[in-house]
Design a binder for this molecule. Structure first.
Ligand code: XIL
Length: 347
């Protein structure tokens, strides 16, 4: 890593950002996170943070936890077998720590975002073991004491409750999941370790399979602190009762619950679309319901909520699915939406 480059990037970011005193541009100047007993997080993109001052303003003032949206994924941090690239991730980490924001690392083990060297690797089973352990432990050691929590394993289950046939399962067998948690814990015993997945409220059989495995592993001493329910949802689904049931089941099993990756789609089926007050209000009502049901859970298990993006402009839904949508707390002009107001009212 080149220290001058890193220092330059960080200085540039700090220089561009407002000091705590002169934050003036948010339509509502009070801070969302200050209203909340649990952390309110956001997925951050370093390029936007560097070059978009309104984006940066919102990150600085509204959130007290940051999940790097892509900067901690394997292709970014570990682009070649014997090469780790810390420069950008370190800039983001230092920036957040200076801003008193907690960091949630996403993600150590995932079937997606694999660099070519992993896909093409032809080692023996023990070579794969070594590569896997080295990947997890080098990253956890590097960020030890800086990253509070990790999504250790992301999206390991299929919708029918079986294990996804990821490259990690193919090469290491199903025990790769427990090994990942053990390796992460060995490298940074202070970090909180999460399993993260989607559709856990829409699909009770997937949720039950996840919970069964996680409880089983925990009984055998595998260090798993919590579960992240990815909240890529819409105004049409899931039903509020199904979300409440999922949250209750996870916390009744004793896991901390992270409402991770929140975005509430207005246009999940990519239909012809008119943005109306009515749709924005439905989105706000859904947010309110989620917030209220989350706050009914035992406080020590409320790890927090994290939104998957700052403003609608930056939502992955637009770029990944190429559809018109408005799923986040801030609109394209960086103004707060009804969803923001309703969330704040409930906190
Ligand atoms: C997404 C990012 O938001 C995009 O920028 C990227 O192109 C693809 O990945 N579930 C996850 C996240 O766990 O890592 C994904 O993030 C969204 C779905």
């Amino acid at each position: 890593m080149s220290v001058p480059v890193k220092t330059l990037l960080l200085l540039c970011l700090m220089g561009l950002s407002c000091s705590k005193k002169d934050r003036v541009t948010c339509a509502d100047q009070s801070r969302l996170y200050a209203c909340s007993k649990f952390e309110i997080g956001v997925a951050v993109d370093l390029t936007a943070l560097q070059f978009d001052s309104l984006y940066r303003e919102i990150v600085n003032t509204q959130f007290n936890r940051v999940t790097p949206e892509n900067a901690f994924k394997i292709a970014a941090l570990h682009p070649e077998k014997n090469q780790f690239n810390w420069t950008e991730a370190d800039v983001l980490v230092d920036y957040c720590l200076k801003n008193n924001q907690k960091l949630h690392g996403h993600t150590l083990v995932w079937h997606a975002n694999l660099p070519a060297w992993v896909e093409n690797y032809t080692g023996s089973e023990s070579d794969w073991e070594e590569l896997f352990k080295n990947h997890i432990q080098t990253i956890c050691r590097h960020f030890k004491g800086k990253v509070q929590s990790w999504d250790v394993v992301n999206e390991a289950f299929n919708e029918n409750g079986t294990l996804r046939n990821s490259i990690w399962k193919q090469k290491l067998g199903p025990s790769y999941i427990e090994k990942a948690f053990q390796y992460a814990h060995e490298a940074d015993p202070g970090a909180l370790l999460f399993y993260n997945d989607f559709n856990l409220s829409m699909n009770p059989s997937k949720r039950k399979a996840v919970l069964k495995l996680m409880q089983n592993l925990r009984h055998r001493g595998v260090p798993i602190d919590g579960i992240g329910m990815q909240m890529h949802i819409s105004i049409q689904w899931p039903e509020n009762a199904d979300m409440a049931e999922a949250m209750e089941e996870i916390t009744e099993a004793g896991f901390k619950l992270h409402l991770s990756e929140i975005d509430i789609s207005l246009n999940p089926y990519n239909k012809e679309f008119d943005l109306t007050e009515e749709l924005l209000n439905r989105q706000a009502d859904k947010m309110k319901a989620i917030s209220l049901m989350y706050q009914r859970l035992p406080e020590q298990l409320q790890f927090g909520m994290s939104f998957w993006g700052v403003s609608d402009t930056y939502s992955w839904i637009r770029s990944s699915f190429n559809r018109e949508d408005y799923p986040l707390l801030f609109d394209d002009a960086y103004q707060i939406k009804p969803m923001y107001k309703k969330l704040k009212e409930t906190l």
